[in-house]
Write a protein that binds this ligand. Structure first.
Ligand SMILES: [Fe+2]
Ligand SMILES: [Fe+2]
Length: 210
């Protein structure tokens, strides 16, 4: 049986992967055409990554999921330490990436490459991190965690309510998501079929209420 928390973790991974790939595609397109990107759009996308995946998803893994695993099994200790270190490093890297974007916006062409490289590094780093969690950690969790562990995890992860996996945004976030959904170019879209459906239904709801 797959638990709610496991499903949410995989869906949030897919949403983050889709967002990272959209950012890279946007950057690549502007490089090819020697044009400046829509900086407000990129700022909104990076802000989302900082607010949802960084603050909610990764934090709950480090504060809840990994401690429960450590309590139940001696397996994969080194891997859990590495993933925890990734989470701490990721928070630092997203700030650096946001700063690199600001550098490109303020100083122009001379900072394009540094921003592109920082974006590629961040994307590669998290795609590898998420793949490791899905391949090693989630199956281990399904094997060793108890019914009570899963009740706690299901409740905690269900509270994330990431709009990119189909939830209505909380009031504070509504404007941000309207912006993100409006600016991500349609042919690029947000990658995975699930996320595309979530984005399409969010876009429809926006139209109905406006
Ligand atoms: Fe993680
Ligand atoms: Fe994760």
């Amino acid at each position: 049986m797959t638990h709610v928390a496991t499903r949410i973790i995989r869906e949030e991974h897919a949403a983050l992967a889709a967002m990272l790939r959209s950012i890279l595609l946007l950057i690549e397109q502007h490089r090819r055409e020697s044009t400046q990107p829509d900086f407000a759009a990129l700022r909104a996308m990076l802000f989302y990554v900082d607010e949802f995946p960084e603050q909610r998803h990764h934090r709950k893994e480090s504060e809840l999921l990994f401690p429960k695993l450590r309590a139940r099994t001696p397996l994969s200790r080194e891997l859990l330490d590495k993933l925890d270190a990734d989470h701490a490093c990721g928070e630092h890297m997203i700030r650096e990436l946001e700063h690199a974007l600001l550098g490109f916006e303020m100083l122009g062409e001379s900072r394009r490459l540094a921003f592109e490289q920082a974006a590629q590094r961040y994307a590669d780093f998290y795609l590898a991190h998420m793949a490791l969690e899905e391949r090693e950690i989630l199956p281990l969790a399904e094997r060793v965690l108890t019914v009570q562990d899963w009740a706690d995890l299901d409740e905690a992860f269900a509270a994330n309510r990431d709009p990119l996996i189909g939830h209505d945004p909380e009031p504070d976030y509504r404007a941000l998501f309207t912006r993100i959904v409006g600016i991500v170019p349609a042919p690029i879209g947000l990658g995975s079929p699930r996320t595309t459906i979530a984005t399409a239904s969010f876009r429809r709801r926006q139209q109905e209420t406006s």
